[in-house]
Ligand binder design. Sequence first.
Ligand code: PLP
Length: 371
Amino acid sequence: MVDLKSQYQKIKSEINNSISEVIESAAFINGSKVKEFQRNLESYLKVKHVIPCGNGTDALQAALMALNLKSGDEVITADFTFIATVEVVALLGLKLKFVDVNPETFNLDVSQIEKAITPDTKAIVPVHLFGQAADMDVIMKIAEKYNLYVIEDTAQAIGADYTLNNRETKKLGTIGTVGCTSFFPSKNLGAFGDGGALYTNDDKLAEKIRQITNHGSKVKYFHDEVGVNSRLDSIQAAILNVKLKYLDNYISARQKAAEYYDKAFKPHPNIIIPVRDEKSTHVFHQYTIKVQEIDRDGLKEFLNKNKIPAMIYYPYPLHLQKAYKYLGYKENDFPVSEELSKVVLSLPMHTELTEEQLQFITEKVLEYADR
Ligand SMILES: *Cc1c(COP(=O)(O)O)cnc(C)c1O
């Protein structure tokens, strides 16, 4: 699905030098590279505070903790997302409220959010799935009306722009109360291991998040609250610092590959290409098609047999997962999410796709679709 080896080859000496600097300095934890990366990401995102942390899941957990969410508080999120988004909510003893998604954008169906709100609701967690924004204008409006926090899960959408109704363009993750992202190697800005970050324009919240990710401590060995240990290590920061410079190029490369796929599949009546939201750029963490009257699992198998990776994100809706049975949801509660899990297929998407590869992939998809 990704080609991290080829990507590395192109910037190998720059990356190796940056890693060497960390090793020579021996500042492995909270070294100057972490600070440098934090500042560079702040200016890239045009946000006041970036707080690096250990991974994207920790970022979501730290956000919920920093906002003082307590047992019994309710958190609304999409039923169609990666498990990390909901896991931390459950882990903190908060109550999960799923909402179905929009069949076109795969993101929160905003027309169903208000129905899920109760007096105990404290936050909405929109996930900008596959690299495109959830409907932030509407989500922010609902959040204001009911006085809710908005925690943006931007793990798949770093670098994407959103143009608000007031014509202001902002990076995803900087619109809500706090944004959370992941630097997992296959994400659009990937480290060589785990990494994550939170972003916010709120000074007080930023301070609280820093404290929480540092054992609840501002002054060493004095702990004002229960925290966690979640840091971005200096070697990962050194790598990310180099790769951040190329992020916009990486995004363009993904968008170009997506255009190639679009052109090939658009004429086909049974392949539905990803819909573009006019308010958001799409950074294509995944290129995900929907099929109709085509055996989706057969297509996946056929591609895999031809050495083309293809993945189902996500094969089973969250409200039906064994671990979340206790919430009491049942089949047909979220029909769109259930249907999507049966018809979506993600094709190889990364920064190094050649025209030759794209031609081969699209030919094989069409071959199966037409038989
Ligand atoms: C990857 C991902 C995460 C978690 O990130 P990790 O760094 O792997 O913990 C959270 N949410 C979404 C939507 C993701 O894709």
